[in-house]
Design a protein around this ligand. Structure first.
Ligand code: UDP
Length: 240
């Protein structure tokens, strides 16, 4: 099976969440530095309109489809992707492995009180994980002291929750100084771990309606939805 599906110049890795987790665990065990992006239609559109960001995504080792819109886009291009891999779910599976294997994990991002609460909840759920550090996400992106702090912690896994495009730009910009570690942007996931934002119940997720649930809960997100018709339109243009 073809492992890559190109959607508007972004190469998605065609895999399952389980397989992706296994690949990442193998890379951690081999000390292979890895940059993972979980991309939704909004991110793909942004990359199409911002050259720098597109190059940043193209530097990733793996880009996985986060969002039903990407799955629909792949189907329209007649190159179906195996499944949606939500950033939050992939993070959860990696935390589970981190707990089992006592991996070293660093958390970067979100507001001060959010990160503290998230770490508290995560460490209760995965007590064997080795939390080697954390820092909130409101710092100057060029501030080297933050990346030096992450480096000194020598993590196996770094979750970066600055929202896009910041999180991917931070990872790409700082990756060269690291020797190992899986780095992954996880958007608003820390807010969910902290209990500040609720994830859609399973029923909604099964119906691929997580986006609708989030829209109802946070109506201010409606503007973000405007990306979807434009994304589908652009994919259709490629198909034609
Ligand atoms: N954030 C941050 N620093 C910033 C901007 C945002 O740490 O300079 C955090 C914010 O507190 C939130 C996350 O990044 O925890 C962004 O969440 P959002 O839902 O906007 O991201 P998405 O999942 O849509 O990428």
């Amino acid at each position: 099976m073809d492992k890559k599906v190109n959607i508007l110049d972004i190469e998605f890795h065609n895999t399952t969440k389980e397989e992706m987790t296994n690949i990442l665990v193998e890379r951690i065990e081999a000390d292979e530095k890895t940059f993972v992006v979980t991309a939704n239609p909004e991110i793909v559109m942004y990359a199409n309109e911002h050259h720098d960001y597109r190059q940043t995504l193209q530097a990733a080792d793996y880009i996985v489809p986060d969002g039903i819109g990407i799955i629909i886009g792949a189907k329209l291009l007649k190159q179906p992707l195996q499944e949606r891999i939500a950033g939050f779910d992939l993070m959860k599976d990696l935390l589970h492995v981190a707990h089992e294997k006592s991996l070293r994990v660093f958390f970067l991002g979100a507001k001060k009180h959010v990160i503290v609460k998230a770490i508290d909840n995560i460490s209760k759920q995965y007590p064997n994980m080795n939390i080697v550090g954390y820092h909130h996400g409101y710092f100057d992106l060029i501030d080297e002291s933050v990346r030096d702090m992450v480096k000194a912690a020598n993590p196996d896994l770094v979750f970066v929750a600055l929202g896009y495009p910041k999180q991917e730009l931070w990872i790409r910009g700082n990756l060269p100084i690291f020797e190992k570690g899986v780095f992954m942007g996880v958007g608003g996931s820390f807010d969910v771990w902290a209990g500040e934002v609720k994830r859609a119940p399973v029923f909604w997720r099964k119906l691929n309606l997580e986006w609708l649930y989030r829209l109802i809960k946070q109506p201010s997100r409606w503007k973000r939805m405007l990306f979807l018709p434009r994304f589908i339109f652009n994919v259709m243009k490629k198909r034609a």
